[in-house]
Write a protein that binds this ligand. Structure first.
Ligand SMILES: [Zn+2]
Ligand SMILES: [Zn+2]
Length: 414
């Protein structure tokens, strides 16, 4: 029998759309997803899940156990729930009712897809369609967007995997510009590390007419901006490795005829290999300190490490891609997609448990005045998660769970 015929129930597209629109209309920022997590917890409870709330403030874990679960596998599926501090400009009927906040990254859709799958899985487990026994932990995570203090790390610190052990874990993000119904996977590094660097050059302020009596901090700042791209261009292997250094902020001075006391640079630094990440850090420190010394100023540097490189494990990625090939059209699955320079705190979960982070195409789903206006990236005020993805993503989760509990290699087998 074909895998797609074994489940009598498809995820409820209408219900998922309604949940998604409700969540979209009431966006909540990181660690403040109170209404969203209440909606999630209530539904999971109705379907018979053991529900744990309050992990990392607003995180929710729904646990489903069936049959001889003591000996069975334990699957983790994760969705993120938080919105962004962006004023929505889609004009859609379900647009944000909260000024200055919106779901511009599609986490409303990720949450709705996992809920749709949760409903089907509860019924399937009760009907004996998920093998002899097992445990599914559905993890609804807060605060993916918050950078250094992301919700995934906080859930782990609060005992996520001790309380809810998983043999493998998976998560999915929508990807604008990729056709709906397409799935992308990649084994190994898939998303970049993201570090934030503040460099402050301390000089000596003075009159613009008498530079020789001052120590101008704008010169080392300007020289450092130029030299930083030399790190990417000259120190990093151009064939094998990826590195991005972007200067997002340059700040110095307040008036045309005043030499300022300080000059500041703020950088975003990304890599797809932990060794390259270390190399970038060492070179950035050397370049900034070297320029400071050359210009007779002091460099104060704060190097904040954000999300690590997201590394998909090989066996779980192969498994996850096979699920998509069997459940959907093979030509719609790219099992060797290019990595992305974006970052994602699911990387912390993958440091603890093998698994795979995958992408589902969101199509061209930008909206203006309520009308679809074409391509639109995430974090744009015109972005909306594509409701056509809901049944596809939820069906994918269901198929993955079914195959996981039926054919995945047993735990503790030699
Ligand atoms: Zn985002
Ligand atoms: Zn996101």
């Amino acid at each position: 029998m074909n895998a797609r015929d074994t489940f009598p129930t498809d995820p409820d597209a209408e219900a998922m759309t309604a949940w998604r629109h409700t969540i979209h209309r009431h966006p909540e920022l990181g660690f403040k997803e109170f209404k969203t997590s209440t909606l999630v917890a209530d539904l999971l409870g109705q379907w018979g899940y053991g529900v744990t709330t309050g992990l990392a403030v607003t995180g929710v874990v729904g646990t489903l156990r069936w049959g001889r679960h003591e000996d069975g596998l334990r699957l983790g599926l994760r969705a993120d729930m938080d919105a962004l501090p962006i004023e929505e400009a889609t004009g859609l009927p379900w647009a944000s009712a909260t000024p200055g906040q919106m779901h511009a990254c599609g986490h409303d859709g990720h949450t709705a897809m996992l809920l749709g799958a949760a409903q089907v899985l509860a019924q399937a487990a009760a009907d004996g369609q998920l093998g002899d026994g097992g445990t599914a932990h559905l993890i609804f995570q807060p605060a993916e967007e918050l950078g250094g203090g992301g919700g995934a790390r906080r859930m782990i610190e609060e005992g996520l995997f001790e309380r809810f052990p998983c043999d493998a874990i998976f998560a999915m993000h929508n990807y604008p510009g990729m056709p709906t119904g397409r799935f992308h996977f990649r084994s190994g590094p898939f998303m970049a590390s993201s570090d934030k660097v503040l460099i402050r050059f301390h000089g000596k302020g003075g009159h613009g007419a008498m530079p020789h009596l001052a120590v101008d901090p704008t010169l080392p700042a300007a020289a450092t901006v130029l030299a930083l791209q030399g790190i990417v261009g000259r120190n990093i292997d151009p064939i094998k490795d990826t590195a991005v250094i972007s200067v997002g902020r340059i700040t110095a001075g307040s008036m045309y005829n005043v030499i300022p006391q300080t000059a500041e640079l703020e950088l975003s630094v990304r890599a797809l290999d932990p060794a390259v990440r270390d190399q970038l850090q060492a070179r950035i420190l050397a370049v900034a300190e070297g320029h400071a010394a050359a210009h007779g100023v002091r460099a104060e540097i704060s190097y904040e490490r954000g999300y690590p490189v997201l590394v998909n494990s090989e066996a779980e990625t192969r498994f996850a891609a096979d699920v998509a090939r069997q459940r959907f059209v093979e030509s719609q699955v790219d099992a060797d997609a290019l990595p992305l320079a974006g970052s994602e705190d699911f990387a912390y979960m993958l440091q603890r448990v093998p698994g795979c982070y995958l992408m589902i195409g969101n199509g061209d789903n930008g909206h203006d005045g309520g009308l679809r206006v074409g391509p639109c990236s995430v974090h744009n005020p015109h972005f909306d998660f594509n409701d056509e993805c809901l049944p596809l993503g939820a069906a994918y989760w269901v198929a993955l769970a079914e195959r996981f509990f039926k054919i995945y290699p047993r735990r503790n087998t030699p």
